[in-house]
Design a protein around this ligand. Structure first.
Ligand SMILES: CC(C)(COP(=O)(O)OP(=O)(O)OC[C@H]1O[C@@H](n2cnc3c(N)ncnc32)[C@H](O)[C@@H]1OP(=O)(O)O)[C@@H](O)C(=O)NCCC(=O)NCCS
Length: 215
């Protein structure tokens, strides 16, 4: 199985990608934003898509969209052909498209909206967190994409604040802060351990030390 950044050689898969997305949405009975082959082709031409192929057979796809003048990036249109499901392929495609998004748009917040449990799980493992829609892009062209979804009336009824999809967000700045805090915490633990062993070597009473360092 090859999982790669799609290029001009893959444009002929655009129709099959759209058909597979539409067919799967019908089967799931859930709403989904419709994609045209032209739209998929543009994504491929701009180097903003990841494709999986087994030999010459189409296996999976996902693409990057930018919103709010590049402040937000979405990894959308994830699809795995039914013949290749349940083997971890979606996880690998999402990893690749996430990595590509981070390299190409390092400052951007990465988000997605989904009703799919599998996608929520994959996103969570990548470091996304569930958020309310108000934390996602307010770019109207993103939300216009929902117009072709069968649940659009629900979104409208809730003034765009909630719908059946769950919003998930990866915020690189928040992640960096959390990582620093975690590092500080780990370092503090190391410092405390070292301090304790120094004090022990100075033969301070053990019960007093345990109290100080809350054994
Ligand atoms: C959803 C989809 C992309 C999953 O593809 P896949 O290659 O079978 O997924 P993976 O094998 O990588 O599974 C990822 C995780 O999700 C779980 N999962 C997969 N399909 C699931 C489902 N239908 N319901 C609940 N969990 C599911 C897997 O068990 C796995 O979890 P684990 O890591 O704990 O084992 C694929 O079924 C598909 O294309 N469906 C139609 C389109 C779609 O729903 N796209 C998402 C739109 S937001």
């Amino acid at each position: 199985m090859q999982i790669l950044i799609a290029n001009d050689k893959h444009i002929h898969y655009a129709q099959e990608i759209c058909d597979t997305i539409e067919e799967s949405a019908k089967q799931r009975g859930t709403g989904i934003a419709k994609r045209t082959p032209e739209y998929i082709t543009t994504k491929i031409q701009n180097g903003n898509a990841v494709i999986a192929i087994e030999g010459k057979k189409f296996a999976g796809f996902c693409y990057i969209e930018t919103w709010g003048h590049g402040k937000f990036v979405a990894n959308s249109g994830l699809i795995v052909h039914p013949d290749f499901r349940g083997q971890g392929l979606a996880t690998e495609i999402k990893k690749k498209v996430f990595q590509h998004s981070r390299e190409k748009f390092p400052e951007a917040k990465i988000f997605g909206i989904t009703t799919g449990l599998a996608v929520m799980k994959i996103n969570y493992d990548l470091g996304y967190e569930p958020v309310t829609f108000s934390e996602l892009t307010d770019d109207p062209s993103f939300w216009n994409g929902c117009k072709t979804c069968r649940n659009y009336d629900i979104l409208m009824r809730n003034e765009g604040k909630m719908c059946l999809c769950t919003g998930m967000l990866y915020d690189p700045i928040e992640k960096q802060k959390n990582n620093k805090a975690q590092l500080k915490h780990n370092n503090n633990s190391k410092v405390f351990k070292r301090l304790k062993s120094i004090k022990e070597s100075l033969h301070l009473p053990k019960d007093k030390l345990d109290k100080i360092f809350k054994k």
